[in-house]
Write a protein that binds this ligand. Sequence first.
Ligand code: SF4
Ligand code: SF4
Length: 644
Amino acid sequence: MRIITARRISQIFFVLLFIWFCMAATLGERWWQLRGWPVNWLLQLDPLHALGLWLATHTLYKGMLWGVLTLALTFVLGRFFCGWICPFGALQQLMGVLGKQGLKPAQRIARNRPHAAQWIKYGLLLFVLALAAADMMNFVVSSSRQSPLVFWGGLAAAVVGLVVLHAFQWIRMRRDVAVIVAALLTGGLLFEWMAPESRWLAASLQTGLLDPIALMHRSVNLVVVPLVDAPLKVTSALPRVYPGSLLIGLLFLLFLLLSLRVPRFYCRFVCPLGALFGLCSRWSIWRIGQAGDGCTHCLRCERDCEGACAPAETIRISECVLCLNCLDRCGHGVMGYHLTPSAAGESASPDLTRRQVVVALAAGLVGAPVMRLEGSAGLDWNPSVIRPPGALSEEAFLARCIKCGQCMRICPTNVIHPAGLQGGLEGLWAPMLNFRVGSSGCQHNCVACSFVCPTAALRPISVDERMGRGAFAGSGPLRIGMAFVDRGRCLPWAMDTPCIVCQENCPVSPKAIFTREEFRQVRGGLYMVKTAEGHTLVLQTTALRQDQYATGDYFCRYADEPPRPIAASNDDSLTLGPQPVWSRWPEPGQPIEVLIRLQQPYVDPTRCIGCGVCEHECPVQGRRAIRVTAENESRNPSHRLVLS
Ligand code: SF4
Ligand code: SF4
């Protein structure tokens, strides 16, 4: 079997596996739906998330150890993940094959020449890693406060070590670069030392924005599957809706279309994961290269080189995605995959200048406090951003969420959506609940999203914990927010119209929504009595509509007698129910009032869990008359509403 046939089989296998995992990440009874299938496995194989999480949280999750394995294999094999596993790489490669149809060999070679802009992906990698590592400053400062001797001793040893290494030229660093890096680190440390409570340098995990595996999950989960599934109804009976999916879908499409013009555009210029593999593959044991001096410079190897790594000359090892097309195309048997460097020479390090490194790192370290200046994770938090149950406190959540969309995909009621800028720039595409969309609110006994989250940004919770049962009875149910009645829009409060939809649908027991009864005179509801016959009052008007007041919500009041329900009404008469009994009846010419009984809703903050069922069911469409906000959520004690 040709080696590229094996590579194609591997790519098809992983694309199909990826699609199946996306299908399986749904709740249902069928065998292929979530039954412990490892639907996060491809995300866990991705070492960029593992590295980002480790920098941001100083923790490595068990599943993320797969990423360590991928990285270890990269040190042996090179960028095998890009060429053999990554489903986004495979799709781009397919687009590239379509795009080069009809091109002459020289044109194909021209498309595969190395380009100076390929450094951008390394810059993006350093940028997102610096953002994730910003919390290290806090970590260092807090350690210094806890054990100053160890901290200052360690720092002094590090400085002396660096000076010695530099003096003996074991490391070389230009003075201007060293000064800038030292100034950044010192500035950050001083910043945190002086104002530790500011938390401006808290970690922000943005690896998921551009990581290809997270990008694929997000795009396929929120755009492709909902589009395909809407008519087929295989994974969801109702069409899935995700506000914000237009931008996600457009970016996905754009990057695929660019591959028609430039093969693997995303891998070459944007992909931070590819950059990480590129940095590691400079030490890879096996590598592509020329085995001897038999090269005739026919450049057949460069016609289909996916990585633009110039295999016919000094090969850029860090750009090689191991597509192995060069091996297959070389008619002279010169190209090989072996343990020795290429006979034509090789450049192991990426084309990245020190200045570019400093700019990318500085942008990441400065970016963290600038984003925090928005205050969206602190004092200026947006109460309309309701995170799913199990979400960690906002700062910790932002240090873990990779915006993969798995929680949005699995939510059976389709209430979890990718946020826009409501939660600040760093919260872009992180999950938030929108109760206007979907088939219901957030189900009281569902914990699916917390179990599917690959990074524990939503920590796994049990149904007992969610509902405050069993061992959790003392702490009560988890609250994701609280409902507020908008009295300017609520039908019984603002429009004299009876409604108890929210109270009826509130799923907690005892109900968090209760009502208070109120009788109000209807508009123009004062009438003069003509005669009283039995339980029927004939009025001095003929303007009533047939059965206008016979709905059960209308009552009649005379003087200080209690309101009596109106059982039937005619164009000029009202027939009253038998109870309550009146001690006297109106005389001809005396006034009576027609009242409407309203049950006005109130929310009990000690019972409301913010599930949003009331908001979803409220008949006031558009902006609902009862809306849930993140106030009183359990995950942030400072957002508590009840003072006691
Ligand atoms: S919270 Fe949702 S979007 Fe974020 S990492 Fe977890 S599953 Fe992915
Ligand atoms: S469902 Fe809406 S309109 Fe009806 S009572 Fe509740 S808040 Fe008011």
